[in-house]
Unconditional design. Structure first.
Length: 217
């Protein structure tokens, strides 16, 4: 039957688009926010979030993340009321030193923003790496009055991606109350490329013509 023929052809189209690295999400997808401000699950090597809005997220931790030196030491994710950090030293569950959190999404996402919680009155720093552990940029989280603040950072330089890694830096203060947490991450699904609907329509027409020829034969 034609419906079966068209279904098989459409499945082949989806597989073909996926092989080309194209998303098959229809329209302009709304943004999705993953909020990490809750206690637990905690002290796990990785934690799954979602799917939310059709997007799944896995977060895993490193106690040492050093792509330049080729050193990667697994750690545990610490989830607290102000977001995600890494368990243990140097800052008691917050992200500091060479510790890192790696965020992996399925499917690809874009337009990424992260809200970072800053603990302590001294400025804190962190580094951003792409899905291939290539350094992208360095950021500063300001130590504002009161020692506790939430600040938003734009990671749009990542473009379309399956993930990124945030690595902490050595604490800049001396009150033993530094370090950061990742409070939330907002992303958008990659919309269907403009040419894909035309391609789908063209293949659908070819499927129909092929079905008619088969039937006539």
């Amino acid at each position: 039957m034609f419906s079966d023929y068209l279904r098989k052809t459409s499945a082949a189209l989806v597989i073909g688009l996926s092989a080309l690295g194209l998303s098959v999400t229809a329209g302009n997808a709304a943004t999705v926010t993953f909020d990490f401000q809750s206690n637990g699950p905690d002290n796990l090597s990785d934690i799954d979030f979602g799917p939310t809005g059709g997007i799944s997220l896995n977060v895993n931790a490193f106690s040492v993340f050093d792509p330049a030196g080729g050193t990667f030491v697994d750690g545990n994710v610490n989830q607290g009321g102000n977001g995600l950090g890494v368990s243990g030293s140097p800052e008691g569950g917050r992200l500091a030193g060479d510790e890192a959190l790696q965020f992996t999404f399925s499917p690809q996402v874009t337009d990424i923003e992260a809200v970072v919680f800053e603990r302590g009155i001294a400025d804190e720093g962190f580094l951003l790496f792409d899905e291939n552990d290539v350094f992208i940029d360095a950021f500063t989280v300001l130590g504002l009055g009161g020692g506790n603040s939430f600040q938003t950072f734009d990671f749009s330089a990542l473009g379309v991606t399956t993930g990124f890694t945030i690595r902490g830096l050595d604490p800049s203060g001396t009150e033993n109350n530094e370090g950061i947490r990742i409070a939330s991450v907002t992303v958008a699904a990659v919309p269907l490329p403009a040419a894909a609907p035309l391609l789908a329509g063209g293949i659908g027409l070819l499927a129909f013509l092929g079905w008619r020829r088969r039937r006539a034969a």
